[in-house]
Design a protein around this ligand. Structure first.
Ligand code: CP3
Length: 360
């Protein structure tokens, strides 16, 4: 357990995720720590690489806190990556400049799948848990800390493709030719995700998000079989506590708006939405079963300050209009992560606009 006991001074995020009243709508941004911040680039230059940063708890803590020193964000998110789990399973993660993540040992056949096992969370992923404990101590109750994992399907995409992909040809061929083999891969990965999120919670994470970044590349039937089923298992199998002590689980999906009804019935506490649907429609289709997080188009941050403030107000008011005038149950975020060439001054405009416009 974390060594800190300071009470949380800003609990807007947790209240919104529990759909309780808040003084204004909480806001955090996916990829809020990263290359758009000069102080991140300076830390990265000293550390040498992204992986060296993520595997060093002091540096991961420093980088987690950097955006919070600039902007009045309502949450911190652990600085790490979704690909830590397959790395710990022995696939060996590395990055090629300009090409993104890669694995030295991708999983391409049944023998490789049979060798996969759930990593030991404190032995093999202890650097992540140490970072969580350290960040909690350093935050000292300023805002809650969000832990995260990739979804089993999204992790499987990288594990089978060996990196990013345009068409996901290898994993889709595996799904069609050897569905039982892919299900075995997804089962062991789901067990690892549940253990990983549980260990982050035990180390001090106060909310948990699962990123299903590639759920939207599947046909509806394949999505239900290869992604939704395992998200459901996570929502059912992950111990989260009760009442005000509950650690909320947010399921973020990109391009998965078609499946909102089903996602809202998994037992997750909240859904993270991309920008391709309106929040009033999402409210109708999720029937008050979950809180909603999102969903400003991230490229809005390239627009002028006035346009950013207007677009943020539109997202806030679309939610309220669909919720009987109430802002309860809404966490403001982008519909996907920030990009390295975004202007930090525009992030300031966005965060201030969300708080000002949603003030009671
Ligand atoms: O949101 C945050 O601030 C927390 C940190 C975070 C990172 N990755 C840091 C990171 C989170 C939550 C992730 C999740 C992640 N990683 C996802 C799911 C979210 C999403 O974007 O859909 C995925 C698909 C990955 C895999 C991954 N890791 C990619 C595609 C990349 C980008 C490669 C590139 O060259 O841009 C990474 C590396 C990575 N993870 C960076 C950061 C800040 C860039 C690191 C750097 O070059 O300094």
């Amino acid at each position: 357990m974390p060594t800190v006991t300071s009470p949380l001074r800003n609990d807007r995020l947790l209240r919104a995720l529990r759909r309780e009243p808040v003084d204004c709508t909480p806001v955090w941004l996916m990829r809020q720590a990263g290359r758009y911040l000069p102080e991140y680039r300076a830390t990265r230059a000293k550390a040498g690489s992204f992986l060296a940063m993520a595997k060093n708890p002091e540096i991961a803590c420093e980088v987690t806190l950097q955006p919070l020193r600039r902007f009045p964000l309502d949450a911190a998110i652990l600085f790490s990556d979704i690909l830590t789990i397959p790395d710990a399973m022995g696939l060996e993660l590395y990055f090629v400049e300009g090409e993104g993540p890669k694995f030295r040992h991708p999983v391409r056949d049944e023998a490789a799948i049979a060798r996969l096992a759930v990593p030991d969370m404190e032995q093999d992923l202890g650097y992540v848990m140490d970072a969580v404990r350290l960040i909690r101590r350093e935050l000292d109750g300023q805002v809650p800390l969000i832990g995260f994992s990739g979804s089993p399907w999204t992790l499987a995409c990288y594990m089978v493709e060996g990196g990013g992909s345009k068409d996901f040809a290898r994993i889709k061929a595996m799904a069609l030719n050897h569905p039982q083999a892919l299900h075995r891969l997804l089962e062991v990965t789901t067990d690892a995700v549940i253990a990983y999120l549980g260990a982050q919670r035990a180390a001090g994470a106060q909310a948990l998000q699962v990123f299903d970044t590639w759920g939207g590349v599947l046909s509806p039937a394949m999505y239900r079989e290869f992604s939704l089923r395992y998200l459901q298992r996570i929502a059912e199998g992950l111990e989260r506590g009760e009442g005000s002590e509950r650690t909320p689980l947010i399921l973020f999906g990109k391009g998965t708006g078609l499946h909102l009804e089903a996602l809202s019935q998994t037992g997750a506490d909240a859904l993270g939405l991309d920008w391709t649907l309106d929040l009033d429609e999402a409210l109708r289709r999720t029937g008050g079963r979950v809180a909603l997080q999102g969903n400003l188009d991230p490229t809005t941050l390239y627009a002028s300050p006035d346009a950013i403030a207007a677009a943020a107000a539109r997202v806030l008011d679309t939610y309220a209009a669909g919720n009987g005038g109430s802002r309860e149950g809404h966490v403001f975020n982008l519909g996907h992560g920030m990009s390295p060439d975004m202007d930090p001054a525009h992030v300031q405009v966005l965060v201030d606009a969300v708080h000002a416009h949603s003030q009671r």
